[in-house]
Design a protein around this ligand. Structure first.
Ligand SMILES: [Zn+2]
Length: 444
């Protein structure tokens, strides 16, 4: 294998990465031509300036949603799909350095975005440039696409796909090596139904987490407590009510969690047997694969459906549940939605769409996946790690023929979204070597 990444190449990348990390680029209120506020826009402009300074041609969306940097020539486009927004610093006291000033310490680069996703973006840009500097010519256009809204609602990629040419193949270096070739479809929805004069309840939580607790402050508390005890659910009396305890996990791992809202709903169904939405919860039970409701929904690639119920609202006007489904990649979305709608009908409930993100699935026998896997193995010597599937989501699924590839090694500690986010220079170097070799094999 040719050596593309030298100390000098990495040093240059680190220097420029510092400029990008220095821009606090979390989502804020929109300004003119900066739909996610000034930070993400400035980070986008900064990374494009870096790209220009090393020979890429650049384009910025006039409305400020996204930009891209391109190098090489050809009909086809190989995309590297990245993002310049970050999550906020969070608890500032938990940081040992300033989050928006990149600091090198003990061989590690500290700062918000060093792992997610500014570090991998800038490292990849310099890795690709190094191939060109070694005297090679690309047979495709290599396009770095920079989104600015990954941590929130992905509106940047919706705009990109509306306005720009699709890529022909590509990678999103925003996850882990070796690669993720399947990500489940993501459907967030409401189930609405009749209300009740007996009960007024408003337990509202985020879609994407299993609720770890639910507080009941309504009538008949002694009977509700007795019902919880009969179910052997963990609960205790608190001021003004009862707290049902669960175990909160991400919705994609819902079967590993304990859903406090569902537990409370099941106990309430014993005390208020006429309320339809509670009858539904009783039937659903503690089965976050929704087997009681839908039977087995799974495929041989990505496993079982997960079904998280995160909110329960009941008033005289109506009732509403909030659900998050992670749908196996080979399951037909529309058929599944119809199945859910049919399954809730006996409870006089209706299905309502909130948000849908299509799945990612690039089979492992494609040229893209085979080349990326063999590159990873040849560069690292790691032949144990296998192509992965995930219930999570990367920008890879917004593009054709695109998989998540890197840029964290399986041994890299995960600091994404956390205090003291950092990326070791050694892991960065390895990631640059893998990306350079992969682009060389696919595009030279
Ligand atoms: Zn990311």
């Amino acid at each position: 294998m040719e050596t593309f990444i030298t100390d000098k190449v990495q040093e240059n990348a680190i220097k420029e990465l510092g400029k990008v990390v220095a821009v606090p680029s979390y989502c804020e209120d929109a300004e003119e031509n900066a739909p996610f506020g000034p930070g993400p826009k400035k980070a986008l402009e900064t990374v494009l300036k870096v790209a220009e300074s090393i020979g890429y041609t650049t384009f910025i969306d006039p409305e400020g949603y996204y930009g891209y940097a391109e190098i090489g020539e050809g009909k086809e486009i190989f995309g590297l799909v990245c993002h310049m927004d970050v999550v906020p610093a969070g608890n500032i006291d938990a940081w040992n350095t300033e989050p928006f000033k990149m600091v090198e310490k003990d061989g590690k680069l500290f700062g918000r975005g060093t792992q997610d996703d500014k570090g991998p973006s800038v490292a990849s840009m310099f890795a690709v440039k190094a191939i060109m500097d070694a005297g090679h010519t690309f047979n495709k256009r290599i396009r770095f696409i920079f989104g600015t809204d990954e941590e929130t609602l992905w509106r940047c990629m919706a705009q990109y796909n509306k306005k720009e040419d699709p890529i022909d193949l590509g990678i999103a270096p925003d996850s882990e090596f070796p690669l993720t070739y399947a990500e489940k479809g993501l459907q967030q929805s409401y189930l609405t139904g009749p209300g009740s004069d007996e009960l007024n309840l408003s337990l509202v939580n985020a879609f994407n987490a299993v609720p770890g607790k639910a507080v009941y402050d309504g009538p008949k508390q002694d009977e509700v407590m007795a019902a919880l005890v009969a179910h052997k659910f963990d609960a205790e009396k608190v001021e003004g009510g009862i707290e049902v305890k669960g175990n909160s996990v991400h919705a994609m791992n819902a079967p590993q969690g304990t859903n406090a809202v569902v537990r409370l709903g099941m106990a309430l169904a014993d005390v208020f047997p006429d309320i339809e939405v509670l009858k539904f919860l009783k039937k659903f039970g503690e089965d976050a694969n929704a087997t009681n409701l839908l039977g087995d929904v799974s495929d041989d690639v990505s496993g079982k459906l997960t079904f998280n119920i995160s909110s329960l609202e009941i008033s005289p006007k109506g009732s509403r549940l909030q659900i998050d489904m992670r749908i196996p990649v080979k399951i037909d979305h529309d058929e599944l939605v119809q199945k859910v709608a049919d399954a809730v009908k006996p409870f006089n409930m209706k299905y309502e769409n909130f948000d849908y993100v299509a799945p990612l699935y690039v089979p492992t026998d494609t040229e893209l996946v085979k080349t990326l896997m063999s590159t990873y193995q040849d560069v690292t010597g790691d032949t144990e790690s296998k192509p992965a599937i995930s219930g999570g989501a990367t920008f890879a699924r917004t593009m054709n023929n695109c998989v998540a590839f890197g840029a964290m090694l399986p041994t890299t500690p995960d600091f994404m979204h956390q205090a003291n986010e950092n990326w070791s220079k050694a892991d960065m170097r390895k990631a640059m070597e893998i990306i350079a070799e992969a682009v060389y094999r696919l595009c030279v």
